[in-house]
Design a protein around this ligand. Sequence first.
Ligand code: SAM
Ligand code: SF4
Length: 359
Amino acid sequence: MTIPVPPTTPPFEPRKPDLIVLRDPAEAPPPLVDSFQRRITYLRLSVTDRCDLRCSYCMPERMTFLPKKDVLTLEELYDLATGFIARGVTKIRITGGEPLVRRDIIDLFTALGRRLGHDLAELTLTTNGTQLAEHAEALAKAGVRRVNVSLDTLDRAKFAALTRRDMLPQVLEGIAAAKAAELKVKLNAVALKGVNEHELPDLIAWGHAQGHDVTLIEVMPLGDVEEERLDQYLPLDNVQHELERRWTLKPLAFSTGGPARYVEVAETGGRLGLITPHTNNFCASCNRMRVTATGQLYPCLGGGEQVDLRAALRSDNPEANLAAALDEALRIKPEKHHFRMDARGADPALTRHMSMTGG
Ligand code: SAM
Ligand code: SF4
């Protein structure tokens, strides 16, 4: 027996309507559980590898982007998301590259948003904020409630140098628009040695004063950039010690199910997340998978394992082939990542950039 999908007719025609059928629970396909008994309920879906910034830790100035024909259409992205939802994914984060530079991307949010409250619990995005002023209201209308905005510095000249584009005013405008649209904003900052190292307390204080959570991230060795990774790497333990000289940090039990551990800054009353892939491995509770804009599934951000979902989607039996591809991804998802960043250098020298895998 099949139950028709809730009133979710997307603004674009789904390419394969057979993929958007909700099944009776008795007939439902099995949930996504990997060989280490971790249940996958969270999909990070990249919708483009393109971006209007060139953050120096993420990509080189002369980045080569993928040919557009290789990138999944909005219909295919919707079908793919549907395939994951059918296997028990309840949270989807749209990412990139910069998701808001993709033309008509709001249509995908609108289509997926119609599933919220039915078979999808949360739809979010990670953005650099440059286009947020234009899209914040539409995102809220589509059902998005929380957005992550990447912001590494509040200093305009430093922002321009770091991202190679002078767009801090647009980002701040975007953050304000998100707040006005009642989106809960979390600011993400990559801690960079000698770049924003001494500014982090001010960035945290500013974010908390605006009512936003702030999360700090250690830089990861993903893709070739023009700088040496080790020169960028600032262990968050060092940052935390510095912050503790100024503030009282109270550990919180709060978790979003993700890799961050949280503290409350007593003096600001705000929440601070710390993502430390190098100094604190968080893989045992991993609940996520990442898919690139070309439909390549990476079961682990820090590994080379890969499964081609686009081939499955474009085959003559997409439903069965997608299910088989997901089973393969579960089989090969590694127990943990093998990032290493120490005096000997940075490993693995993964050739993929974060903008491709989807941060
Ligand atoms: N363009 C959007 C943005 O910047 O938020 C979404 C994609 S971006 C790849 C997602 C996140 O990855 C951003 O917070 C960015 O700072 C982070 N990021 C990019 N390259 C990184 C790296 N090598 N190590 C750690 N974080 C990285
Ligand atoms: Fe673009 Fe995000 Fe990468 Fe910066 S981190 S270059 S904003 S994809």
